[in-house]
Design a protein around this ligand. Sequence first.
Ligand SMILES: [Zn+2]
Length: 449
Amino acid sequence: MIIKPRIYKRAVLQTMFFIATAVALPAFAQQKSEDPLLKIYRGSAEKINDLIHTKLDVKFDYKKRYLYGKEWVTIKPHIYATDSLRLDAKGMDIKTVAVVRNGRNIPLKYTYDNLSLAIKLDKVYQSTENYTIYIDYTAKPDELKLEAGAAITDAKGLYFINPDSTEKGKPVQIWTQGELESSSAWFPTIDRTNQKTTDEISMTVPAKYVTLSNGRLASQKKNADGTRTDTWKMELPHSPYLFMMAVGDFKIYRDKWRDKEVSYYLEPAYAPYAKEIFSFTPEVMEFYSKILGVDYPWNKYAQIVVRDYVSGAMENTTATLHGAYVQGTARELADRYYDKGRSTIVHELFHQWFGDYVTAESWSNLTVNESFADFSETLWAEHKYGQDTGDEHNNEALETYLEDPANATKDLVRFHYHAAQDMFDDVSYKKGGRILNMLRNYLTPTVFF
Ligand SMILES: [Zn+2]
């Protein structure tokens, strides 16, 4: 993920505040160490059950901002036999929970506290036995509230943009944002980075719209009521936070890397510039495949640009989602060199290896995702624009890290933090990226890679 630039600005303001109040530092530090949330050891999530396959059939209610979902999730006990299953499911109406046996749904007992679904299975399952749970549910992301009553608007997982067409000239879109643990706001799952599952998502949408999800578009079916059902299949396992859906009026520009499809989804107004914005993508895929010694591992690579995105960009497996910052007209793009837009495109692409193919087992280990993606920006700068541009990018990142003295107090891998999103900081990104760059120089590139 790349965090929105305005968050960095806020960080700078916090730094200024920090410097201004440096005299009061001992009291501030003491207060911080008393934060009870900092006392919690944030290890990897316990594995009781493993996700195997997730099949979803969803349709959208634009008026109510609801998702009507049917899910068939295949699971097995991780190692110990168990007769229970807990799924994360945020702010949903749960209508049916059943186990599928010989094609029939056998209802199961469950309790639901608006955040997680505790299911009593029909028997004790061994770790060698897969079973499939069927869930009929409604996701209501706009009504999602924490128990304390605070709306977690930045973590609602599923976003309806201008759903009533009340804002003139603004497109109607639906898109999702799974990281950190918000996919469970639109489908029940074990919403942890140390889970991986294959998936299949069928989306029924107004026929005039285009859809995008992970993996390949397996089928499209026109329905009598003016809708169309698109089914996307993801045949290699990935973590739930990397699931994605997007629906709207997008023009698709198709490109290619070796024999794989590379595509760019843009609003019609920006479609003429698709080539200028994104067409260096296959060249970067080739460079990263060679330098890593592992070819791009997925079956396609799509990039989509959406409205009102809540962060900078997100590396959903095979389907990166960008905020509108990446767009530009021919005139604007002519002035671009190795700017924020281009470094983000290569950053999200590198995540397809570090983040998506290999995944941090917990947020404490976020360095596996973000330090490597940050470092990849320097690699590409150096390869494409030369040593000076690589060094400049490296130095800018170092300076950003040094700007905030609080950064020096944090370990790269941290098992104590206030909230998981605190891990998405200049230590996980900038410091980690610089450490990798140092290691490359220290070991020599041959040994490092
Ligand atoms: Zn990232």
